[in-house]
Each structure stands twice: as C-alpha cells, then as structure tokens.
Design a binder for this molecule. Structure first.
Ligand SMILES: [Zn+2]
Length: 172
C-alpha cells in the first residue's frame, strides 16, 4: 500500500489508473500546509486520510474518501477556541465533462477532472473545508458565552421574577 507522509509537496495522481487496480491510499497531512484553512485557531494538528479507488458497474471511477482530524475553531458564542473532532466520509465519482456529470449516479458527489489528474493535497484540503462546521459552537455546558440572538432574547424577555420586582417598585 502506498503511503504518503505529510510534508511532501502536493503531487498529481491518476485516479483512473488507481481505480483499475483498486488502490487504497492512506496518509497524513499537516494542517499547517493547508493554505486555505484560515479559520483554524491552531494549525498544529495532523489530518489522516484513506482513499479507496474503484470502478463501478457503469464504468465510472469512484473514490471513497475518509478523513479524520481534530481542529480548533473559534466558538461563535463565546469567541474562545473550541476543539472539534471531525470524521468525514464521502463518495465521489470522477467525471471528465458535463455530459459524464449528467450520467453519474446521484449517490456520488461529482468530481470534475478536466485533465484526468488529481492534485492529492488540494483534494484532501477540499474534503476538510467541506467537513468543517459552518457555525462552530462549544457544547452548551462548556461554553461561557451567549450568541447575539441569545443575548437579545435574554434582554428583551424579562423573567417573571423581574416583572414582579418592577411591580413592587411601582407601589412605593
Ligand atoms: Zn463557546
């Protein structure tokens, strides 16, 4: 099994050739090498991936992709760092043009490769970008903050106790 270690320069692979020999590719990639990951609070972690290449009944090259990584993102409630464990699996069908894309089974996510080659590190980075939570939040019990919406709700809805207190004050 080919093993690609992090730190290597991104290089092209030929998914069709890999598919015909049912290759399995495992490796790891350091987050600090991913230039488009600007939302990370810390890029010291390492992502692990596994790719399984195959050819389906219709002749399409399929890639079953799996990534595992732990990342630190800014919690949108308290704005402090929060750790997220990400494990994402995706099934991709390689297509070379729009016609093929239209024929692809809907269980696949289309992966358009115009020259038939796949830039490995970029591909893994795309998979991670899609897997990151859009609106990262701590677990409620671990979070010290309130979202803007929660703050507005808390301010605009007085508790029954507060209403009672204000009624009492009116009588004095
Ligand atoms: Zn938080």
């Amino acid at each position: 099994m080919p093993r690609l270690m992090s730190g290597e320069k991104s290089h092209f692979i030929d998914p069709l050739r890999f598919a015909h020999s049912k290759q399995r590719l495992e490796g790891s990639l350091q987050l600090r090498l991913m230039k488009r990951l600007q939302r990370l609070q810390d890029d010291g972690d390492t992502l692990h991936y596994r790719l399984l290449f195959d050819v389906d009944m219709a002749g399409f090259c399929s890639i079953e992709s799996e990534i595992w990584v732990s990342v630190i993102l800014q919690c949108q409630r308290c704005l402090k760092p929060s750790r997220f464990d990400i494990h994402k699996r995706n099934l991709l069908g390689v297509v070379n043009n729009q016609t093929e894309m239209a024929q692809l089974d809907s269980s696949y996510e289309p992966l358009l490769l115009e020259d038939g080659r796949l830039l490995l590190n970029e591909f893994i980075e795309d998979e991670l970008l899609l897997a990151l939570p859009v609106y990262p939040l701590h677990q409620r019990q671990e979070c010290s903050g309130q979202t803007v919406l929660e703050r507005i709700n808390a301010e605009s809805k007085p508790t029954p106790f507060a209403i009672l207190e204000s009624l009492k004050k009116d009588h004095h």
